[in-house]
Design a protein around this ligand. Sequence first.
Ligand SMILES: N[C@@H](CCC(=O)N[C@@H](CS)C(=O)NCC(=O)O)C(=O)O
Length: 217
Amino acid sequence: MTITITAFERSPDGGKGLARDTRVRWALEEVGQPYAVRAVSFPAMKQPAHLALHPFGQIPTFEDGDLALFETGAIVFHIADRHPGLLPREPNARARAITWMFAALNTVEPPILDLVTVRIVEGDKPWAEARLPLVRDRIRDRLAQLSARLADAEWLDGPFTAGDLLMASVLIRLKISGILNEFPSLAAYVARAEARPAYQRAFAAQLAFFTANAAPG
Ligand SMILES: N[C@@H](CCC(=O)N[C@@H](CS)C(=O)NCC(=O)O)C(=O)O
């Protein structure tokens, strides 16, 4: 049974790999699992067929036989739980890696998403410009704390884990803002993550998918 995930038919990021299917592709590449991708258009995401898979009408989804999942945290955890390579076997190390998965999605990602919201979704509001410094400072606070914890380690807790995969995926979104470069150890951490062959394959696959779907028919 082939794993099937969904991705934007035409990602609004133009193939920069910021859509969340990239983190699922990356996890699958890290554990060596082949997968297929089904493109979903924006209107189709809100139709009953897709809502049956994803109650919030978003991508990505994950299907394997009769199992259907949504939420990248749950999907990446499921992949890491079922296949060796992304979570340590030793119970305490495994629990700490899972803690970093939650930290990435619950503590570090929200202020970063706020920046996207204020820039893109609320960009035309009269207060958007005034709100921006607050949002950027909230991100800086989190990055300062994360950078202090990472110090000069290669990964967050021992070997590369699903916690690093999600943390790097979240931080990658900040590259264009310039904020990441204010924290050289985090910028280097992201560069190390992006240099992993599995990330390279995932990035190339999402770009090829975008290019194929964007090609005039
Ligand atoms: N918390 C969800 C967020 C999913 C999400 O926001 N997906 C975006 C693409 S990266 C989406 O489908 N946006 C379109 C929409 O919400 O209508 C996850 O991690 O899977």
